[in-house]
Design a protein around this ligand. Sequence first.
Ligand SMILES: [Zn+2]
Length: 201
Amino acid sequence: MISDGLHSGSHTAVRELVEEFKKFPGISLRSAQRLAYSLLNDEALKKSLEKMLALARSVEVCKSCGCFREVGGRCENCDNPGETICVVANISDMTAIKRVGCFDGSFHILGGLIAPLENSLPENLRIGELKKRAEAHPGVEVLLALPFSIEGDATALYIKDVLNSCNVKLSRIARGLPAGTAPDVVDHRTVSEAFSGKTIY
Ligand SMILES: [Zn+2]
């Protein structure tokens, strides 16, 4: 048997540490091992991890709009709806739009798209919350920045139906944001063109 130089208790701790890192999205066993071994060998990284945890605990997701806010604090996004509420599937879409700087209203993050086969149902998304926000701000424009895919179209149609009785201007961007694309990959032109060519929906 090859000895790794660890006593059984510490061996279990290291294995558990690797398992914890593996819980993060996109982290393979190999990456998890690399992160765990780096952490074990670096006091500065341990401090970083403690800081990351404290920062993450200071922020929560607003139940109404899905944006981040200070724990127990007011939601700046809900408090300042602006003339337009931009509806996106995920927080990464909002990040992409904010980075390009082509939109100065507020956001509404659905938390996904309607995809019954993946068990992503309307009641699991922040669609009821969107209706409440729309009702609280009569005359507001609701701009759908959703992907032009089966799920994106189904979600857009569902929202159109839900907001039918509300006094809102419903519009949709000209081109969908590429679904599931990391925000740093979506180029400036794609996002700004999509926003400049929005249409009444
Ligand atoms: Zn909010």
